[in-house]
Design a protein around this ligand. Structure first.
Ligand code: SF4
Length: 108
């Protein structure tokens, strides 16, 4: 489930440099997330970094694009290299939102 930015975005730019994958950029109308680069921060953080900084809470799960934790970790490894990440069984609440019971959108 990649993250997407809704049209509530106020173009503050706070999220762009927080994304560890460089998946966020300024679009023609609002900021946008490239779903091919979005890993929901699996392997990096226990929350999605864009959600943590967005002042208007418009970085939301894309329920039309569901991805499992194992696939998101594999994507992160493709982007950054295997040496940079724990193994799937080593992920915890600090490195995967799937294991973080306080994840903002846990009801989704
Ligand atoms: Fe838009 Fe939120 Fe990113 Fe600011 S932090 S640019 S409001 S999505």
């Amino acid at each position: 489930m990649a993250t997407l930015i809704t049209d509530a975005c106020i173009n503050c730019g706070a999220c762009e440099h927080e994304c560890p994958n460089g998946a966020i950029s300024e679009g023609s109308y609002i900021y946008e997330i490239d779903r091919d680069l979005c890993t929901e921060c699996v392997g990096f953080f226990g929350d999605e970094s864009c959600q943590m900084v967005c002042p208007v809470e418009c970085c939301v799960p894309d329920v039309g694009w569901v991805e499992e934790e194992v696939d998101l970790l594999a994507k992160a490894i493709r982007l950054h290299g295997e040496d940079n990440f724990p193994k799937l069984e080593e992920l915890d609440e600090k490195t995967s939102r799937f294991r973080n019971k306080n994840w903002i959108n846990r009801d989704i």
